[in-house]
Design a protein around this ligand. Sequence first.
Ligand code: TYR
Length: 179
Amino acid sequence: VVGGNAYYIGSGARCSVGFAVDGGFVSAGHCGGAGDTTTEPSGTFEGSSFPGDDYSYISVGPDDTPQPAVNNYSGGTQAVAGSTEAAEGASICRSGSTTGWHCGTVQAKNQSVQYEQGTVEGLTRTDVCAEPGDSGGSFISGDQAQGMTSGGSGDCTSGGTTYFQPVGEALSAYGVSLL
Ligand code: TYR
């Protein structure tokens, strides 16, 4: 289990792994609700918060080993060494199972974003592109975990704006730590 890799929920919707934690990984809340099961890796949503927040914690079985790394979609991985928050203006990259690895800049923190299902607060805005299926995937600045892909506008052909859920809130909500 590596950040940015695909996983599948219920009937086959795809999201992306955020970051490995004890016993599983964190991802986006809109990817599934508590009790939903996943395949590849097979797991269970132990908790999920969306709207309001956009985070979830999925536990995986003993056959899957969460790794403190993010897929760089160039044949390798970026190690994850902590979760110190990057400042506005910092460079940041995103890994996700639809569009791979894309980079840009942290634009603004603590943003409220309205989705069909309701408002999510406390998101960080970036100019990094994303597309459906990248959700839940890793935002990372250097080797520091930043958050999980929530939503936005645009695409990776013409460029976009993407918001992420800061990872720290998810870790404290579930009492888990990054590996
Ligand atoms: N919310 C999308 C998902 O569920 C991810 C996404 C992010 C889509 C940014 C579009 C966008 O512009 O997969």
